[in-house]
Design a protein around this ligand. Sequence first.
Ligand SMILES: *[C@@H]1O[C@H](CO)[C@@H](O)[C@H](O)[C@H]1NC(C)=O
Ligand SMILES: *[C@@H]1O[C@H](CO)[C@@H](O)[C@H](O)[C@H]1NC(C)=O
Ligand SMILES: *[C@@H]1O[C@H](CO)[C@@H](O)[C@H](O)[C@H]1NC(C)=O
Ligand SMILES: *[C@@H]1O[C@H](CO)[C@@H](O)[C@H](O)[C@H]1NC(C)=O
Length: 393
Amino acid sequence: MKPLSEYSKMKLISFTFCLIITKIQSACVPAFHDLVCENLSDVRNGKSESLVTLTIGNTKKSPIETLSAGTFKKYTNLEELTIISSVNKLEVDAFRNLSKLLVLKLYKNSIAVLPDFAFIVLPQLTKLDLQDNNIQQISTYGPFIYNTIKTVNLSFNKLRDLNWQCFASPGLERLIITNNKIQEIGIEGVLSKDLITLNLDSNEINHLEDDVFQDSQKLEELILSRNRFSTLWTKFKLKSLKKLDFSHNKITTIHESVFDGLPQVEQIYLNDNLLKKLPPQFAKIHLHTVHLHNNRLENLEMIYLNPSFEYELTFSRNPLPCSCLDNWIVFMELRRITTTDCHREFYGNGNNPTCIVIDAEWDSGKCSHSRTEDVDEYVYKFLDMNNNTDADC
Ligand SMILES: *[C@@H]1O[C@H](CO)[C@@H](O)[C@H](O)[C@H]1NC(C)=O
Ligand SMILES: *[C@@H]1O[C@H](CO)[C@@H](O)[C@H](O)[C@H]1NC(C)=O
Ligand SMILES: *[C@@H]1O[C@H](CO)[C@@H](O)[C@H](O)[C@H]1NC(C)=O
Ligand SMILES: *[C@@H]1O[C@H](CO)[C@@H](O)[C@H](O)[C@H]1NC(C)=O
């Protein structure tokens, strides 16, 4: 919180500013800490050297203006600038004079090109949000280098490939590029060594080379959900990784070596895939959270091997043998293995996790049955029949 006096002063100035601008038909309106302007001319015509946050535009407009150099020369104290659905072009130097800016958000602006060094004039920038534009390519020595930026969000753009060199700048900790069209991640160059989170949800990636993340030894969270993986064979070597998310792909097979180089991983999300088997390594890692619902697993043996942790497991909508399922549930209770709130609610409403009626033998945590082609066919029919019976978790 700001001291009241400073805040009141700011509000007063914003208000005065609004009055001045109103005379030249401005739509700038003070709103709490913020000043909200309709378009860029309003901003250029006004001035407020003490203003700290400024919002331009709204989602009802179409983005047709060009953001030119000098627009902010009378707003030198801005710390947070949001431009919504106003701009489709950035001039080089568009952001000069904003030497105190910490957060820049450019939502829904149809920006296709990020000029090289566009953000270099912002010596304090820590968060850059470029969601929902038309960015297709980022030049190698372009916008994000030589900077203090910690978070970049490029979600909902049109990127097809990623060149790590663009994100090499030390200091970059969070890179969020969901809902693009990325197919390839080039391993040329160096991804920021300080990266902690990499979120590539909803892209079109189907393979990763072994050393693709080798420079980012601080990486803790890697999200590759909703991509096009069918086989996982990457030998990750990420000694700090805690969370790995490959949910909602079409993964049928996970090679044994995938988990060898992830000594710290505790959360694995593999739900909504086509897995029939988990690699044996699964039993050796100290997991806390494993989501496996909606796969083709007929066994959950790996839970047997990790008794002493607090453990969260989801496994509904797998063709588990019914004779083993009850045992598993009891077993989980004994071991205090929990499930997600959503799954708990689902079972609480009297629903059961799905299971198939085949002969199986239970022996303290291990469930075995002989697999035949008949069983395969049965499993497929079963999965089709039970298509809509799961908790929507
Ligand atoms: C900017 O908005 C003001 C009023 O809100 C309007 O009169 C003016 O025509 C607009 N200018 C442009 C370039 O859209
Ligand atoms: C804005 O930046 C330009 C270029 O760096 C500089 O010449 C100018 O003096 C600055 N204006 C203000 C008001 O700081
Ligand atoms: C990045 O964009 C996504 C998708 O719109 C949004 O949900 C998320 O909150 C953003 N993250 C940050 C750190 O701004
Ligand atoms: C099962 O659900 C998926 C996705 O919701 C759908 O694509 C598929 O056609 C469904 N299969 C059947 C047999 O209804």
